[in-house]
Unconditional design. Structure first.
Length: 273
């Protein structure tokens, strides 16, 4: 099979592309790298490799979806943290590996090493809900969601949540985010700390859903969005199920050394070869 990684001229993307390429070549497949600006050249390969929720990756993603081209989608790892080896997530033919995430039971070794806190929190009486917002850029990747303007969407959504009060916490890097009248201010600080005082979490595309599930906080994913937590929405929200979910998620994200070594490919090869 021929894999082609469409990468921007950025050190992180090229480092990942080269690591992925080594793992793929060692598995006996063909691999090359092209600038992401040449996204239309997917017809020449069997599998396109896409990096990140951005442009022109969005055009490449839409082309793959429209033409049924197989693709691998890469992005920052859900458990990526400062001071640790960076992990980068990968999923087949989707933004998140929701269709196959829970098919197998993975060992919890990688989750234990992630540093993510696992617990079984109970909300204090009168605790607010937490609304986690994604950016306009992420909003644009979900064409079936209305309103198309992200702030209008969150304004409307915040008014529908109840009866408890709502904390509005937009993605920190979303500079265009605005306060929503009638909501409580974000207390700031690590998400894990904020989760200790909320009754539930309402998400669109935020990977904060993973941290909420690990902490034992119920999560609701809004329709029309991609989210890593979708596979657990209709499963029992008990300790064993949450633990297995967290363990499985950590087998979808890998360090550069692990990409070079091919461990990630061992997890996916049965789905793609």
């Amino acid at each position: 099979m021929w894999f082609r990684f469409f990468a921007a001229d950025k050190p992180r993307e090229h480092a990942l592309a080269q690591a992925v390429g080594q793992g793929i070549r060692d598995a006996g497949h063909t691999f090359d790298i092209l600038p992401s600006s040449l996204w239309a050249r997917t017809d020449e390969c069997d599998v396109a490799c896409i990096w990140g929720v951005k442009n022109p990756s969005r055009a490449l993603y839409e082309r793959c979806m429209r033409t049924d081209k197989r693709f691998l989608f890469f992005d920052k790892g859900i458990t990526m943290r400062k001071g640790r080896d960076n992990r980068y997530r990968v999923s087949l033919d989707a933004l998140y590996p929701t269709k196959y995430l829970m098919r197998k039971k993975r060992n919890a070794d990688r989750f234990r090493s992630s540093g993510v806190w696992f617990g079984d929190m109970e909300a204090p009486p009168g605790a607010p809900a937490l609304l986690l917002g994604s950016s306009q850029k992420a909003h644009d990747w979900h064409p079936d969601v209305y309103p198309r303007d992200a702030m209008q969407y969150y304004d409307s959504l915040a008014m529908e949540i109840g009866p408890e009060p709502v904390i509005w916490r937009p993605k920190p890097s979303w500079r265009a985010a605005e306060p929503i009248p009638g909501t409580l201010p974000d207390p700031g600080g690590p998400l894990e700390e904020v989760l200790r005082g909320v009754s539930r979490v309402i998400c669109t595309g935020s990977s904060g859903s993973f941290y909420a599930i690990a902490a034992g906080v119920p999560v609701r994913i809004m329709r029309g969005f991609s989210n890593i937590a979708i596979p657990i929405e209709h499963l029992p929200f008990d300790v064993d199920t949450r633990w297995q979910f967290c363990a499985n998620v950590c087998y979808t994200e890998w360090t550069l050394d692990e990409y070079r070594g091919g461990q990630w490919w061992d997890e996916l090869r049965g789905l793609i070869e």
